[in-house]
Design a protein. Structure first.
Length: 433
């Protein structure tokens, strides 16, 4: 039986939903015009005033916000409320430049936690569940977001945060945790470690996992589900928009429902900024229509994805987004060919490897090189060079047919690639270093 946290809104008719969006958008544009001089200036430069925005049909008239704007306006330049009304900040890790600092009023926190509660409920969570939150707590939004959602659902919340893997496993087993929230790469690592400790899927009390914060393939989902004996649900979000829960998967496990009563998605051509027709792949853009303190208008996420408008079997009416393929800034251009790390992951897992790999890109004699280093699983580990070279050849072929270019494949010993407790670092691009 499908469960909903807020059935009325999650299953509202498209007409009802549209009326809510129209009303909230018009109000939000006025709020931003009145309170965020940085964005008002952008609107003035584009010759748009709040009077031009009468419904969602007018959304395309508004200017975009980009990461560059966030950097320029750092830290207080995009706030929609005075500091005295704000109760929290969260922040990104800042690995690709200056940190993003997002602000929240209590209303914004409630809205965010409700979105996470919808995700937990869609994964089958109720007040009977023990929900272990192994996303990092602190400035990262993963821990605090799912923690808040878990409270709202009424689960017994186990706030382990990330790291200390054996202690995580002790809590899962001792407290009989039923729901696990962490990054997919950490879930894979927890599964690997549990197997080493002798736990099979039937010994593990978990029934569901809510995994996100990084791109992961369908093949990786199958692997995690098998090892942990669970159903693995995808969850998406970003700090700029609140954190996890902007969209989440339901029992159909086929795309993530965007919480459209709070966030309006668009897909644009990243080069021209034009809105693309339904079903086409492009850059995902979001407008948050009822956030107070950090009101993002047409924020360019750089995530590459498509929207799915077909009816979903779960009964929810909110549009779905496909698994993001990667980020426009993660996309590698190798000898002129666009390569997403997730495509490489798909090939590796299809060939029986686990998601323990690293992609090293370099430039030798003015030519790009792509070296895919992947761990052999303990079962396939051997020192028989003939066998290893046959496996390598097989992978080179698989990668060539997926990517259209030749890669070098290095098979390395089990456990030689560092495991991640949060977002995994898959790519080392020496051309940029
Ligand atoms: O990663 C929020 C989050 C926490 C989402 C926990 C899900 C679970 P940031 O650190 O700001 O926020 O990173 C946001 O991570 O633009 C995507 O590129 C990527 N991302 C997040 N979720 C997914 C996902 C959090 N399910 C950036 N699939 C986003 C693919 C994802 N990429």
């Amino acid at each position: 039986m499908e469960r909903y946290y807020q059935k009325e809104i999650e299953c509202a008719s498209r007409e009802e939903l549209r009326a809510i969006q129209d009303e909230k958008l018009v109000k939000q544009v006025k709020h931003v015009w009145d309170n965020v001089p940085y964005y008002r200036k952008k609107m003035e430069e584009k010759g748009v005033t709040p009077d031009d925005i009468k419904s969602v049909d007018d959304l395309h008239k508004l200017p975009f916000l980009t990461k560059a704007d966030l950097r320029e306006a750092y830290p207080y330049g995009l706030m929609g409320k005075p500091l005295k009304d704000c109760v929290r900040i969260q922040s990104t890790s800042g690995t690709t430049g200056k940190r993003v600092v997002a602000f929240y009023t209590q209303h914004d926190i409630d809205l965010w936690e409700e979105c996470c509660a919808r995700a937990i409920t869609a994964a089958g969570g109720t007040e009977e569940d023990v929900c272990q939150v192994s996303y990092g707590y602190g400035l990262f939004t993963g821990g605090p977001g799912l923690n808040g959602g878990s409270h709202k659902v009424g689960c017994l919340t186990v706030p382990t945060s990330s790291g200390n893997t054996d202690r995580q496993i002790m809590f899962i087993m001792d407290l009989q945790a039923t729901i696990l929230c962490c990054t997919p790469s950490y879930a894979a690592y927890l599964g690997e470690r549990m197997k080493e400790l002798g736990y099979g899927p039937d010994d593990i009390p978990l029934k569901a996992g809510i995994f996100g914060a990084e791109a992961w393939s369908e093949e990786m989902r199958q692997d995690i589900q098998k090892t942990l004996g669970i159903k693995a649900y995808d969850i998406y979000g970003l700090t700029e928009l609140s954190g996890p829960g902007v969209s989440f998967e339901c029992s159909a496990q086929n795309g993530m429902h965007v919480n459209e009563d709070h966030f309006i998605p668009e897909i644009i051509d990243p080069d021209t900024g034009e809105v693309l027709p339904d079903g086409e792949q492009g850059e995902l853009v979001f407008t948050a229509i009822d956030k107070e303190a950090f009101p993002m208008m047409r924020y360019r996420t750089r995530d590459v994805c498509t929207l799915i408008r077909e009816k979903c079997s779960c009964g929810r009416t909110h549009v779905r987004m496909a698994k993001p393929k990667g980020r426009t800034d993660d996309m590698l251009i190798i000898r002129g060919v666009n390569v997403f790390p997730s495509q490489i992951e798909t090939v590796l897992l299809k060939h029986g490897y686990a998601a323990n790999y690293q992609i090293v890109v370099d430039r030798v004699n003015n030519t790009d090189t792509l070296d895919v280093q992947v761990e052999m699983t303990p079962e396939m580990f051997t020192d028989n060079m003939g066998e290893i070279s046959a496996r390598q050849k097989d992978l080179v072929e698989g990668l060539r047919s997926m990517l259209g270019i030749k890669a070098k494949v290095s098979l390395v010993a089990p456990k030689s690639i560092v495991r991640s407790e949060g977002k995994a670092v898959r790519v080392i691009d020496r051309r940029k270093i």
